[in-house]
Design a protein around this ligand. Sequence first.
Ligand code: DGI
Ligand code: FE
Ligand code: FE
Length: 191
Amino acid sequence: MTQYKYIIDSLVSELDEERYEHTLGVAYTAASLAMRYEEDINKAILAGLLHDVSKRCKSDKYIEMCNAYDIFISEAEYKNPGLLHAKLSAYIASNEYDVEDNEILSAIESHTTGKPNMTMLEKIIYIADYIEPLRNKQKHLLELRKLAFIDIDKALLMILEDTVEYLKSTNKVIDPTTYETYLFYKGKIND
Ligand code: DGI
Ligand code: FE
Ligand code: FE
């Protein structure tokens, strides 16, 4: 990944080791999915590298950072500021790493909740984040790692179902966007 040396060098010094390794895992998993689905490989790598860049800061700073950068904070995000790392990473990608491509920025921005009717790049980043090699806690990982390369929408729905179930079981606030995304793909697949 020599053409990304500048980004990788800065990520290695800013992110903790685990987050850095996860980031590389997302970037090359996204690259593989981009090959499979004929999406732009470089966009997938760039979005993968920068999707969690805001995690160089602690989550108790996110509200303050969003206020400083004029980023809108929804009710669900106020209740669970950790969700803001996706919007903040897109902001940092644009303002510090000169990423101008809106497809890349929106893939970064939607990587945590997803959104209805995602573009191929958005789906790729959302899924790569979930199945990259260092992930080991989620249900259905073995199956999902295969299914993602066979039927991306089915993999997406399985991840959304598992995420909604996990959030319910732990009594976490479900962002309406996560739930809308789940309903959208459930409707699409069961049509
Ligand atoms: O940043 P990562 O840890 O790599 O992954 P991520 O950006 O997908 O964030 C992961 C967490 O986000 C995971 O624990 C599930 C959670 N999440 C996804 N949708 C929602 C959510 N958490 C809440 N509270 N509400 C949501 O709707
Ligand atoms: Fe994330
Ligand atoms: Fe991530």
